[in-house]
Design a protein around this ligand. Structure first.
Ligand code: NAP
Length: 488
């Protein structure tokens, strides 16, 4: 069976490793970037790191003893992923510089046809009996369509496409957005630039992050003491489940966590004006809780201004805010996140009867366990709808998805079928259960990138990591039908 995997980030690599482990050797990973890595290839802004501890933000079967610190910086994570891909022999299956434009299910041949174009614009075609879409939720930078944006005469770029060729030193810089990316790079650039204006639309809840290098003794213990790494992983797992519990129970645990975060923030926000502006106006956990002990102090730097007046447009000299001010700057950095609800949709994906995924998702993205979609045989999503986590490691979810899709394809192989497809009623029941599970949680108490135009949270898994693991551990054959095709 030929399997085509789109994307060679953590998701694509996880799928490839699992498939190879079960004897699926004909794998092709198509990667648009010039190297594997996904988000860790693209996000290279100063201070880029993961705010999930590395001993848990890593594959369970590829544990590293020597992470340099609790939450590793981007180069270390990228190097880890490259190393794992090589160790498990899946790096050889990666074709880089290949941007997939369309995937089409051919009902007669019972196979997927995938079109891509390379960096030179040349078109390429692949065929496979199964398709894994591992393009992630956070890969297409979103830049707000501000009136007059094109007329801005200074320099600008998005945080996920950092322009390292542009020297920020002594420049007047605007940062639009205060999400997880901005909080990592603002403290890094604040002392370098002559003036920094941070535009915040919504305040955030913060918890402290102490991220100095692991002391040598701790690293030595983690390397040498049998079982210690496993214990440490279990501790991290439980701590993250606790964060999810706070989000799931905003009236009780959430209040307590909010009080802890508030106390930390009050200690950090000495300037009453900045404190007033930066304070969140929604319950703890509704948006992503940010882990940083350096961002709030940076906001109070001498050369830093926090602006909360909404940006109404761009003038040639810089952002214009609703209070009529023009903020003259040399450079605008958009830390405005990603087109999350599009998932892989810029690609044209058509399934049975020529029906496109766009049509199937006209009323919002949805999938059975975030992995399979009725009408799209032997197509599997990694990090699909409702599998993002606010209190966990996405790698944990990706491994569960890889195991699940592998079970599905093993069924195809064992039964000598042509393809496997989730039943519409199984998908509908699962989607309904997931939607209901959001009731009463903090996730529905404010606007966020997790939610679609109808207000539904289509990004997050509404429960605990352990629940997702349990739901995906064993594929229920009753949820699927095998297609016989012309190979029956
Ligand atoms: P983000 O969390 O979506 O934040 C975007 C920021 O831009 C928000 O502050 C948003 O304000 C603001 N914004 C968006 N459009 C705007 C507009 N038109 N005018 C003014 N402000 C605007 O994006 P991100 O910081 O790149 O992070 C995205 C996700 O990537 C995170 O949630 C996280 O899952 C992941 N990430 C993870 C890490 C990590 O360490 N694990 C690090 C970075 C990113 P509102 O809040 O009002 O929408």
């Amino acid at each position: 069976m030929k399997v085509i995997i789109v994307g060679a980030g953590f998701g694509g690599i996880a799928a490839a490793i699992e498939l190879r482990r079960h004897g699926f050797d004909e794998l092709t990973l198509l990667e648009a970037a010039p190297e594997p890595g996904g988000t860790w290839h693209y996000n290279r802004y100063p201070g880029a790191a993961c705010d999930v501890p590395s001993h848990f933000y890593s594959y369970s079967y590829a544990q590293r003893p020597d992470w340099s610190r609790l939450c590793s910086p981007q180069p270390e994570i990228l190097e880890y992923l490259r190393g794992v891909a090589a160790e498990f022999g899946v790096d050889r299956s990666v074709v880089t510089g290949m941007e997939v434009t369309s995937c089409h299910w051919d009902e007669d041949a019972c196979r997927w046809t995938v079109h891509a174009r390379d960096a030179a614009g040349e078109r390429h075609t692949w065929h496979g009996e199964a398709l894994v879409l591992a393009t992630g939720q956070l890969n297409q930078p979103a830049v707000p369509a501000l009136p007059g944006r094109a007329a801005f005469e200074g320099h600008s770029f998005h945080s996920a496409r950092w322009d390292h060729g542009y020297d920020l030193r002594d420049k007047r810089v605007a940062v639009v957005g205060t999400g997880a990316s901005a909080v990592q790079f603002v403290p890094e650039i604040a002392s370098r630039v002559s003036r920094l204006t941070v535009f915040q639309r919504t305040g955030n809840w913060f918890l402290p992050l102490s991220n100095g290098p692991y002391p040598r003794t701790v690293r030595a213990l983690l390397r040498r003491v049998p079982g210690l790494r496993a214990v440490w992983r279990a501790v991290l797992f439980s701590a993250m489940e606790l964060l999810t519990a706070a989000i799931r129970h905003p009236g009780t645990l959430g209040r307590f966590a909010g009080a802890l975060a508030g106390a930390f923030m009050r200690r950090q926000l000495r300037d009453p004006e900045v404190r007033r502006k930066a304070w969140p106006t929604y319950p703890f956990g509704c948006k992503r809780v940010l882990f940083s002990s350096t961002f709030l102090p940076a906001l109070q730097g001498e050369n830093v201004e926090l602006v909360t007046a909404p940006i109404t447009g761009m003038s040639p000299r810089g952002p214009v805010t609703a209070d009529g001010r023009t903020h003259e700057v040399d450079c605008v950095i958009y830390a405005t996140g990603f087109r999350t609800n599009d998932f892989m949709l810029p690609m044209e994906i058509t399934g049975t009867g020529g029906r496109s995924l766009r049509e199937a998702w006209a009323r919002g993205p949805r999938a059975h366990l975030g992995i399979t979609v009725p009408g799209f045989p032997s197509m599997f999503l990694m990090y699909g709808p409702n599998t993002n986590t606010s209190g966990g490691s996405i790698i944990f979810f990706l491994q569960a998805q890889a195991r699940y899709l592998c079970q599905a394809l093993r069924r195809v192989r064992t039964h000598r079928a042509a393809a496997i497809e989730v039943r519409a009623e199984a998908e509908a029941a699962d989607v309904l259960a997931v939607r209901r599970r959001f009731d009463g949680t903090a996730w529905l108490r404010c606007d966020s990138w997790y939610r679609d135009a109808a207000g539904r949270n289509v990004a997050n898994w509404p429960g605990y990591m352990r629940e997702y693991a349990a739901r995906t551990r064993t594929l229920d054959p009753a949820d699927f039908r095998l297609l016989r095709g012309n190979r029956g």
